[in-house]
Design a protein. Sequence first.
Length: 356
Amino acid sequence: MAHIAVNGRFLTRPITGVDRFASELVKASSVTLSGSNVLRIVAPSDGEIRHPPPSAVPLARFGRFNGHAWEQTELPLYCRHEALLNLCNTGPILHRAQLVVLHDTGYLENPGTYSRAFRTWYRFLCFELIKRSRCLATVSHFSASEMMKHYGVKRERVNIIYESGEHILNAPADNEVLHRHGLFGKKYVLAVGSRSPHKNFSAVIRAAESLQDLNIAVVVAGGSNSRIFAGSTFALPNLVLTGYVTDGHLRALYSHAECFVFPSLYEGFGLPPLEAMHCGCPVVVSNRASLPEVCGDAAVYFDPSDPSDLAKQLRRVLSSEALRLELRAAGTLRAASFTWRRAAESLNELVRTTWG
């Protein structure tokens, strides 16, 4: 029986894609891991717990620091007799008995998105973790190939733990967001926004401009960026920027959209398309990076570097009810093949083979 600690630094941060991965994996692992191992989660004393772990998993809070300082100094001392699971790209360099999940190499592929100081530190950290950790994992075969390319790691060292989108169904749909933005009963295309330029939401703005003749709204949910949503784009009559939305709001938006568009240039996995599929929303997605691996034959693809191709594929989907029905059915089947329980079973197998 192994004593397993989970690096819970993510619990004190606003939830992002990697934090969602960690949170949902810990929930599922409370069932699959706890039967054969002693599992607990450890987090800094400082900071609010923003998304609590399941009650079945003990939570220990300790230390005077937070952030990287806590992770690199206090965490390895506190967990020195335990195997440590790091699920969110980082971990303590000095702790060898650990599993590290590196989600992507986006800071190398999209350097303009990150500061030079961040890139320098992160590159050093990733190389050291790869060199010292007992077990490495990532979230797609695409990301595994990126790790081989950028870090020179051998493919047989990299294990795959796929993500899931089923968590979106845990939140009841909150239609308040539809009423607040005048969307109830109105046809719209949905995109989930981001501040990162590689998410390519300028393509969604250009699509909104080209779809004005269809009387279809283009809704962008999530964070905004003045470099993307700038100038006259705010004046487009068919563009709706919702700002931050809860999971309940997001579920309602997915469920009522004519289709969901995801124009990203780079993704290690890409959760939102699976979330949309779980909600019965047809998906139109970039043909780059991990997205074909995740979406399979359950999406319509476009070249994210060609705004005219995005507009063309959106028009194709919007003009065909039969195609939307086909995509809904295919999406439901595709999404069902990715579950957090299956992800937790993959993690459990890695723990078993690494630590017994």
